[in-house]
Design a protein around this ligand. Sequence first.
Ligand code: FPP
Length: 248
Amino acid sequence: MQSSSNNSLKHIAIIMDGNGRWACHRGHRRIFGHIRGARRAKEIVQICSEMEIPFLSLFAFSTENACRPKEEVKFLIKLFEKILVEQGSFLKALNARLHLLGDITFFSEKVRDCLSTLVSQSRGNTGLNLILALNYGGRQEIVQGMKKVMEEVQNGKISPKTIDENFIHQLFPSSVFPPPDLIIRTGGETRLSNFYLWSAAYSEIHFTKTLWPDFSKAHFTQAVQEFFTKERKFGSITKHSRIKHSRP
Ligand code: FPP
C-alpha cells in the first residue's frame, strides 16, 4: 500500500493487548475478553485484506504468556482450538495465506494439526499474508540465531568476517517477511514486549489506549493514516535538514 507521502506500507504488526481489562471493566471474567479479542482479530484481518496490505502479523501468544495462570493458558489453547478449526474457508474467501512464527510445540495436538492444515491449505493463496505469532519471542529468536552461528563457527563454515547485518538477519525465522513498517499496540502500554526485536529497528509505532476488543475499523484507519504522515528516515536525515545544514 502506497500513499502520496511515499511511505510504503507492506507490513503491519499488532500487539493485541487489553482483552483481560476489557472483560473486567464489564464485570466478566478475563477469558471473555479473549473471545471478543478473537472476533476483533478476524475483523482486522478482513480490513487488511480489503486494504490490500501485503503482510499482517498478529501477536496472539508470547513466550511470556505461557506464565499466566494455568486456567487462562488452558482457556486460550481451547479458544485457539475452537477458532482455528473454522478458519479454512475464511482464509480461502480472502485468498489469504497463513504463516506461523514461534514454537508451536507448546500447544495441544489439535491446535498444531489445525495450524499445519491451514498453512498447507492456504499455501497457494496470493492475497494477504497473515502471520500468526504463537509462543513467539524476539529474544528467543535471537538466541536460536546465535546457536546457529556457533554451530557454523565450530564447523569452520564461517569466520568473523562473514558476520554482518545481512548475515544476522537471515538467521531469524521472521527474516522471510519484510520488516514491520507499522507496529500497533492497543491497551495503553508503550513497549514492544519482546515482539519483532530485530526487525522492528525502524518500525513506526502506534500506541493507543483503546483496548483490543474495542479497536474498530476507525481506530485502525487512523493508525494507518498517521503512518502516512510520518517522514521515515531510517537513520539518515531528511532532504530538508540536509539543505539547512549545508549552509553554515
Ligand atoms: C493480551 O490481552 C491478549 C492475549 C494474551 C491473547 C491474544 C489472543 C487473542 C486476541 C485471540 C486471537 C486469536 C487468534 C488466533 C488470532 P491481555 O490478556 O494481556 O489483556 P490485559 O492487558 O487487559 O490483561
